[in-house]
Structures are given as structure tokens and as C-alpha cells.
Design a protein around this ligand. Sequence first.
Ligand SMILES: Cc1ncc(COP(=O)(O)O)c(C=O)c1O
Length: 452
Amino acid sequence: MSSHPFNERAATRQQAERDRFIATHPKSMALARAAQAHYLFGVPLHWMRDWPSPATLFVRSAQGITLTCADGLAYADFCLGDTGAMFGHSPPELATAIAEQAALGLTCMLPSDRAARVGEQLQNVFGLPVWQMALTASDANRFVLRWARAITARSRVLVFDGCYHGAVDDTLVDLDPATGRTLPRPSVLGNVHNHAEFTRVVPFNDLAALEEALAQGDVACLLAEPALTNFGLVPPAADFWDAARALCHRHGSLFVCDETHTISTARGGYAHAHGLAPDFLVVGKAVAGGLPCAVYGFTHQMALRMTAAKDAAPEGHSGIGTTLAGNALTLAALDASLQHLHSAANYAHVLALAASLEQALRRRIDHASMPWTITRLGARMELQFMPHTPRNAQDVRAHAQSALEVFTHLFMLNRGVLLTPFHCMLLVSPATQQADVDRLLRAFDELLAALA
Ligand SMILES: Cc1ncc(COP(=O)(O)O)c(C=O)c1O
């Protein structure tokens, strides 16, 4: 890996970029030192240290796609809170709805009077008729796994290698490429359970492996993103989902579609646009414009089976739900978001602008003869340091160039452009304009020149 020339070139230039950040961000550097006293790793959530800058960028404000840091520098934000702010930061309709509801009660453990309308809109946007709410996509996935196991009376969950569905223990497993066995993910802290006992992992885009895993007859559900988005961007092969869906059906396993990131594909998400007909659908992060909220929807048939499972269980805790889920503030934000953000006009804007950005990046990569590619799924795209679109997680691992990735992030950040930190993902929002795209392209030209 490190023998790759661009990786080595990036590693040697990294110190200059670190020095540049330190010189131009004295306030973020000072805030980082102060925060060190009161936060583990100096940040409210330790992932915030995973950005590649010498200190975390402390944010003063974020509006549209402009993020302003404590030093007063403005950034064109293509990370957008790793999808949480996919519709732009603080869209005016959302900010107004939140402010109005804030004066009318935040949480009552009762539905607000707008709940029925929100349910109708969820069906309108995502296509499924019945819904439940959670506060995070991690929670929603956890709850759906519980329902799926309860209604099928099967213990196994099936996921794809390289998946990420949040802090959901059952899914934090890897595929051992040498043996094909499922292994607990070694980086997970404090794990005492062998999740490999109840979870099976197969490579994405591999129908034979999927069939073999399902044929054992113990799989409650396949939990999957329509495309892998958290291990680089890995799109499904043509007809993969038609066949995968049919296999689930044939073997009595439910299909749970996690659209938390793939709602970037089209209005209502990938499953809606491509007719995947999931049994359950999970959406979090941006569903209420970035206010903590997640939803899961399901068919009438699932609703009947869930009702029967609940009725048959003894009185007491179901293990599903949290006190603040479905609170009044969240419902108000979801209402405004479904009305104003998940709109055909917003999607038309982001899909057109993202397509033109993809073409512009591709032209530059070709012109510079770089062995790189761009993979796009609607408004989301990924700069990949490999010559072809990956087919599965193992393909991504084989081409990993971490020094080049880290360098690219910091280089772009130093030129006023934010990319998603864990890989080189770019997201176009309804607030993104051609001028923002031009700024990104200028920085990308500089990056290519620096690596030439
Ligand atoms: C596909 C997918 N599902 C679920 C989650 C979990 O979201 P949250 O961290 O908001 O719980 C993520 C987070 O990145 C995700 O990418």
C-alpha cells in the first residue's frame, strides 16, 4: 500500500499542510487546548478527533453550506455533518418550525397533534404505510432487528462485509477474507458477546454467498444499505437487488433497507426509486433536517405480525423505544422537513449539480492521468484512489491509501473545502451553488498539481 507513489508523495507533504493549518487557525488551536481539560480526547464525541487537522476545527456557525470556524474562516461544506445536514445547515423553514415548537412544549410522552399528518407524509415520501420513531438511526436499526427476530422467531441477522449501521452491536462484525467466517470487529470496545454467533456476513454483490447464507433457514432479516456508503461507495451490480430481494423472499427472511445515507439517491431514497419493496425501511440523520430523529417504516403485513408478537408477549418492557423518541420538537422538525426539504425541486437541483460536479472531477482526473475514479449515487459521490468502481469491501481494502486520503482532506480543508473525514465523500445539498462547486474544483486542481 505505502509503496504507491501518490501515497508516499502525500505523506511527505503532510507536514507542510499541518503547519499551514496551525498558522491559520490560532483560535481553534486554543479552543482545542481548553477543551482538553473537560472532554475525553478534547472533544464532546471522540470521533470529532478523527478529522485529519492538527486540532479539531471549532465551529462558530453553519448556514446553508457555509461553515464558519472560530477563526472566522468560511468553508464550503461538502461533508454536511456526514449526511445529517444533507439539506443544508439550518434551512429557514426548519429553523422557524423548531423555534415555534420550542415555545409550545418539547416532550410529553404523548403524540403531538401533528403526528397523523406526519405519518401521512412519511408514506407519501418513502412509500411505506406504517411508522415508528426513534432518535437515531442506530436506535431505529436496533429496534427493527428486535422486531424482525420477534416476528420470524429466527435468531440470525445477515449483513454485508464493510457495512455500518451505527452503534448496533449485532452488526459490528467483519468477514475474514481467508476463511469466509464472520468475526467480531476487533476495534469494538468493551465487547463481551460473540456476535458472530447470531450474525452472518457475506460480501456485497455476491449472490451465491447471499444464497448460501440464507439457505441455512435461520436468518430473521438481511439488514443492508442499497449501496455500501460507509466503506467507500460501493454501488450494487445491475439486477443485484432484484435477485437479492427474491432470495430473501424464497428463504423466509425479511429485508430491512437502511436508507440513512442513500436518501441522497432520489426523493424517497433508493428503495423507492428502484422498487426494492423492503419489509422495513430505516431513515435517520437528515430525515428531520439534522435534528436528532430517525424513523422506521414497514408494510401492513409486518404491522400485523408486530402487533401479534406484542400481544403474545407478557406485560413489561419490550426492549424497544426510548423516552424522548417521537417528542413534540422532533415531530415539528420532521413535519417541516418532509414538507419543505424532501421536495422534488430540491432533489432536481442536487441531482443536476452533483452530475455536473462528477463530470468536472472525472475530466480533471483523466487529464492528469490519475489512476482514480469517482463513484456517484445521486447527490453523494466519492473520490476513490483506485482505477475502477469497487465491487465489494475487499476491493476497497485492497486499494486503501490512507496517507493520500488524510492528505487530501487536510489539503482541501486548508483551501476552504470540507470533505467527509472517514473517507473522501462529497455531498451536494439544495443550498450548494455553482460557486461552491467552482471553489472545490479549484482546490482539486491544486491538489492534482501538488501530487504531480
Ligand atoms: C447507513 C447508516 N445507518 C445508520 C447509521 C447510524 O446513524 P447514527 O449515528 O445517527 O445513529 C449510520 C451512521 O453513519 C449510517 O451510515
